[in-house]
Design a protein around this ligand. Structure first.
Ligand code: MLT
Length: 408
């Protein structure tokens, strides 16, 4: 008799964004005349930068010619892209990362979800709450947790975010082995200072732990004092793996390209206490299970680092940040407290009511889709997340409708 992985049965009924999609589809079916404005899932709406489009065309033409055609690429990604990343994203900010330490992939979600495979099943994991659900669910699937009780999985150390701590969790009060951090944060939009991040790096060094640092939203940072990479912090090369993505930076959600940095100095241990470089394990995992990102797409990602690419991606991010500023202003004017939206595309709003009820209210009364905070964990209850990814006039319209809906 074939048996299933019963860990899957511990998962909540559906993935958060799938549930939102279903509720929105049901609403649209019931009210086909109402125009729904989506400020839920963080999906970009602006087209790819021109520099990327031109690079795409050129690379497709190369694939049409037998002299320039390419088959399988290098497992870790093409050097032309890894060199640009190492230089512009890291070395230019004083972070000592080499091209050899970068792995090109098809998404930060996949890498964030897959990385746990290289760690033992019996490690102790610390995960923020509220949190991007992928970190939790992938560990549940792998059997690293007990069952789900009152909004929490047994076996996880939850790092609580709250209004009081500005959604920057305190260090865990116990020893943990693997720590998930995400800044600028999804879902709260909170950012972390270098000194606070240093505390986490020091904690990891002291506890022989590893930090999984999700920096998918770093391009929204406009405050020069904030770290864009964990490797701007001394000691992080020994204890941190960083995830980056072109999805939000350059509008690649439908193109698919991201990268993960595993420094060669980053180690974990065998049962006997022997050190093992994680770079070698991740390389082994990727070369067995992954065949890389297509050549044209890697050329498109390379174009993000050209002078025009940098200018055009910055323009797009500025556009979304303008949306975010408008959302913050309008929501605050309605008397709601919020954070985020300044160095982040997400605005985290205290709805002062049940998250899903607030979600339903905005959908039914304003035809606006947001994301209920409760979907990100117990500490998200009472909050909603509004995303700045949409056209400015749609955001304006959504804010006007929310104002009306809340008046009624
Ligand atoms: C989100 O809305 O949280 C993100 O778009 C989800 C993702 O990037 O996978």
């Amino acid at each position: 008799m074939i048996k299933i992985n019963e860990n899957y049965l511990k998962l909540q009924a559906s993935y958060l964004f799938a549930e939102i999609k279903n509720r929105t589809a049901a609403f649209q079916e019931a009210y086909p005349d109402r125009e729904v404005i989506k400020l839920g899932i963080g999906d970009v709406t602006r087209p790819l930068p021109q520099a990327c489009i031109q690079a795409f065309h050129r690379a497709v033409d190369e694939m049409a010619d037998d002299k320039t055609f390419r088959g399988y690429g290098p497992e870790q990604g093409y050097m032309f892209l890894r060199e640009k990343i190492a230089k512009d994203d890291f070395q230019a900010r004083g972070a000592d990362i080499s091209p050899e330490e970068i792995f090109i992939s098809d998404g930060a979600k996949c890498d964030n979800g897959n990385i746990q495979e290289i760690f033992s099943r019996d490690i102790k994991i610390a995960i923020p709450d509220p949190v991007y659900p992928v970190y939790v669910d992938t560990n549940v699937m792998a059997g690293r947790t007990g069952s789900h009780n009152e909004g929490r999985y047994d076996g996880i150390v939850y790092l609580e975010g709250s209004r009081e701590n500005g959604f920057i969790p305190e260090l865990p009060g116990e020893k943990v082995d693997l720590i998930y951090l995400c800044f600028p944060n999804n879902p709260t939009g909170a950012t972390i200072s270098k000194s606070r991040l240093k505390e986490w790096v020091d904690f990891a060094i002291e506890n022989k732990a590893i930090i999984l640092y999700d920096a998918a939203y770093e391009s929204f940072i406009r405050d020069d004092d904030l770290p864009k990479s964990i490797y701007e912090i001394d000691g992080a090369r020994e204890v941190a793996i960083e995830f980056r993505s072109f999805s939000k930076t350059a509008g690649f959600t439908g193109v698919r390209c991201a990268f993960t940095v595993v420094p060669k100095t980053c180690v974990a241990y065998t049962r006997n206490g022997e050190k093992h470089p994680l770079h070698a394990l991740w390389y082994r995992r990727q070369s067995t299970k992954f065949n890389g990102v297509s050549y044209p797409v890697q050329r498109v990602a390379e174009a993000v680092y050209s002078d025009e690419g940098k200018l055009q991606t910055k323009e797009s991010i500025d556009y979304y940040l303008k949306n975010a500023a408008l959302i913050r202003k309008e929501i605050s004017a309605l008397g709601f407290e919020c954070i985020g939206g300044e160095n982040s595309p997400y605005i985290w709003i205290d709805g002062r009511s049940d998250s899903w009820k607030f979600f339903d209210l905005l959908l039914e009364k304003a035809s606006v889709v947001c994301t209920p905070g409760a979907g990100f964990g117990k500490c998200g209850q009472g909050y909603i997340r509004i995303s700045a990814f949409n056209e400015y006039d749609k955001v304006e319209e959504a804010m006007a409708r929310i104002k009306e809906a809340l008046k009624a």
